[in-house]
Design a protein around this ligand. Sequence first.
Ligand SMILES: O=C(O)C1=C[C@@H](OP(=O)(O)O)[C@@H](O)[C@H](O)C1
Ligand SMILES: C=C(OP(=O)(O)O)C(=O)O
Length: 444
Amino acid sequence: MSTFAHRGASLNGRVQVPGDKSISHRSLIFGALAQGVTQVRGLLEAEDVLHTAAALRALGVSIERDESADGPVWTIEGAPWQAPDRILYAGNSGTGVRLLMGAVAGQGVEAVFDGDASLRKRPMGRIIEPLAQMGASSDSDDGRLPVKIAGGKLTGMRYRLPKPSAQIKSAILLAALGADGETIIEEPVLSRDHTERMLSAFGAEISFGPLEGAEATRGRTIHLKGGQTLKACDITVPADPSSAAFPLVAALIVPGSEVTVEGVLMNPQRTGLYQTLIEMGADLTFANERTLAGETLADITARHSALKGVSVPAGRAPSMIDEYPILSIAAACATGETRMEGLEELRVKESDRLSAVAAGLAGNRVSIVEGPDWLTVTGSGGEPLKGGDMVSTHMDHRIAMSFLVMGLVSADPVGVDSTEMIATSFPEFLTLMKTLGADIRAER
Ligand SMILES: O=C(O)C1=C[C@@H](OP(=O)(O)O)[C@@H](O)[C@H](O)C1
Ligand SMILES: C=C(OP(=O)(O)O)C(=O)O
């Protein structure tokens, strides 16, 4: 069964999208490492995060879910981690497996990690190598899953991040918590900082310093002493800006639409898409700004807009790394050319997203040029797109959601070969889009 999105009425409404995926993984892992009981509200109950919860249970941590008047509450009782009696299976989740590898190394236990066919293709050397420098041993076939990590007596280190990856940074910080001495991470280009914020919230002492020379303006150093005890801390997870992007971009490109998504996380390392859309001329408003657990939230309203092509600098990539597929759909509707640079990391996500996006756009008769780490898209100038193709999602949730949004403005319906993987990050996506008025149907 394939799923098709058809051009139809405008999209209208005020909705909530699920909790932020990055913060959800981390709140479970931090709760599991902390002394005391952590309660989490607004957790993203999607497959990726549920795999992290199951892995933590296998490591000996008690995690319960209860219903309350204001939604589910997850209760985590921190405990010393024990070697699991089974393989820790992370499903499709790079964040889950990489952060857990770092934490397992720091807790001095031994565990084997595995994942689905997509995760087995993704590089794990970027985690195994720094952990080895700290003293953890590992076993893998060419840096791919399955990977065995054996923690032990780890030693703090000074480490320069080879790429702006929050997953690498977080794995090292989680390992560093269990190491002797201080770990200093040099971060030449900033990436999402949820781990750093959560370390402070859970009572760890973490400090930051400047880098030298030209890097002083863009980067920083992170300092964390080993052997610190985390103290339980309740968390309310804000709405995920990476999920909010789909209904909001849909509203920008479908004529007559106005959609509000409530309580979206506005962490500056996550808002690159919104900055880019504003540069493209999007009518986006940010209302009711407030602070929750150290993060800024806002209700974002998108109204149908005449978009224009822009150049998106490589330096912005870390703050919108998961949003390029949906930005490419906005670009296909804009006037003129949009050029996106610094996209090499897209090749090692759930699929090779650069080639999946390029193929999906070309198949739907949008003019594109794909480079090794860049993409240009020539937009339709606000005219309906041609559509008509069945897009190969490569079982990648963000590719599936992006091309379904594309179908809403295409003369011929756009199909996707599978919607199953959407459950890894945004299980409510299809229902939510239909509530807003989208015509999306499963068809034979
Ligand atoms: O730390 C995180 O929660 C994430 C970091 C990013 O990956 P990289 O660290 O590989 O850039 C992002 O793509 C992923 O969806 C979530
Ligand atoms: C890249 C993503 O996730 P992960 O790396 O956790 O698999 C994503 O959600 O787009």
